[in-house]
Design a protein around this ligand. Sequence first.
Ligand code: SAM
Length: 253
Amino acid sequence: MDQAGETTHFGFRDVPVDDKQNLVNDVFHSVAQRYDLMNDLMSIGMHRVWKDVMIQALNPPRSDAPFALLDVAGGTGDISFRAAGQAGDGFHATVCDINTGMLEVGRERAVTKHLEHRVDFVEGNAEALDFANKSFDAYTIAFGIRNVPRIDRALAEAYRVLRPGSRFLCLEFSTVDVPGLDTIYDLFSFKVIPPLGKAVTGDAESYQYLVESIRQFPKPAAFAEMIRDAGFSRVKYESLSGGIVALHSGWRL
Ligand code: SAM
């Protein structure tokens, strides 16, 4: 049970841990229809490069050997579609997300891409997955984990549903560690992204949350330690684009 009064971050605000998920859900309901367009605009297309690095690390089999991917906080399906595009006939992805608005957009995209038989969309919470123990060959979470109120629970669930010998991969915004770039990045984040969000989605606040939540996420070494604490082995991370993003990985052995 949670201790009474336990709080967490929602952007720069401290909120009761039980309130955070509803606030996060409001953000993604508000932006779902324009989510993919905004990703391209605010990352200047870079999210595609970062996601490709994740898919390269995932390296799904190109054969028809069965391979089940669980893509948690998978939103509109980007990671799963990219993985399916590289994988063989035995590949199947389950996109699990707590937000019906994001899932609806994802299902429509799957049909447009003729991937509806290879990628399923299910509603679920990363903290309490409705899947059997040891039932997946890989777990991915891209730009999702910082939105989850209890990250330790999500990591424990990732470990539980993975088969021994399979891989956990997490792509997330991180900490810029290049002098000069940090100033430009802060200016772009706080002065450009919320007004851009307002222009494209009519909602500046959601994008203010986004840039604030990035600053509150643990530094990459601390996050790697959390992944180890969940039981994963051979945990490592790679910083991308001067630390704007980090790709963490670990194995359930
Ligand atoms: N992975 C997708 C991508 O890279 O484009 C979507 C990332 S989007 C920034 C974050 C997603 O996390 C949203 O779709 C949101 O609904 C989802 N999310 C937030 N909290 C969650 C939770 N507790 N369980 C599952 N999904 C969650």
